[in-house]
Design a protein. Sequence first.
Length: 256
Amino acid sequence: MNIENCTAIITGGASGLGEATARLFHQLGARVAIFDRDRQRGEAIVAELGTNVRYQEVDVTDHAAVQAGVDEVLAAWSHIHICCNYAGIAPAVKTIGREGPGDAALFAKVININLIGTFNVSSIVAYAMSRNEPLDEDGSRGVIIQTASVAAYEGQIGQAAYSASKGGVVSMTLTMARDLARNGIRVNAIAPGLIHTPMFDAFPQEVYDSLSKQPLFPVRLGRAEEVAGLARHLVENNYINGAVLRMDAGIRMQPR
Ligand SMILES: NC(=O)c1ccc[n+]([C@@H]2O[C@H](COP(=O)([O-])OP(=O)(O)OC[C@H]3O[C@@H](n4cnc5c(N)ncnc54)[C@H](O)[C@@H]3O)[C@@H](O)[C@H]2O)c1
């Protein structure tokens, strides 16, 4: 599918991987709607990029807010062709703590944002996409991209909630691709390794240096633009469907 003149919703588009994807798709001629909770960053990006980009304060866990956000995009731009789900959080939740069992409320919060939030957005947007006219000779009506993580396969100590949420995203990808095949909608997921986003700037230098040395080759953190480039390919290559692609320079995460 060609990105130019398409409309894309990008959750988590106010920071990191989502921001890089929003910038790339905008540069390629798409209309971009950023759904994020961070109004300040979202509005700053809109002010910088100018036309064909909008920010909407949407919490992906709030089904009614997602529906309202999608309706607003449809009112402004009539159609939605691309949906990228980047909104996510990664707090540590150990199975047991010093004083007792792990934090069940925090576990539920991570699942709610990373997994249920992804379903909320994908299902609401997919319904809108299903009403599009076919866009190309294959009959494409839309493309959905989810964000998993290598933690879906190799969760580190303290990542019980995060790895469970991303494992859910991995498992849901082929199933959704099957559900939506008859509608001409493809669904894929990116499973990034260690990608340099604002999250990493908060780490102490020794942690940053140690993480930077872990990838197999090239031995460095990934760049948000490299993830955006893969998202672009997943939109443009109609023959990738139901896939989860690791983008991690061959890393296999160790327990800590
Ligand atoms: N950076 C990495 O190394 C890495 C690796 C693997 C997976 N990921 C995944 O990629 C995605 C993006 O990560 P990032 O590094 O760009 O993080 P980030 O913190 O820079 O960006 C995440 C964005 O999501 C938004 N967000 C959080 N909760 C939200 C909610 N409930 N509703 C709407 N927006 C919400 C935040 O405001 C933020 O703008 C996440 O799902 C993360 O788990 C990142």
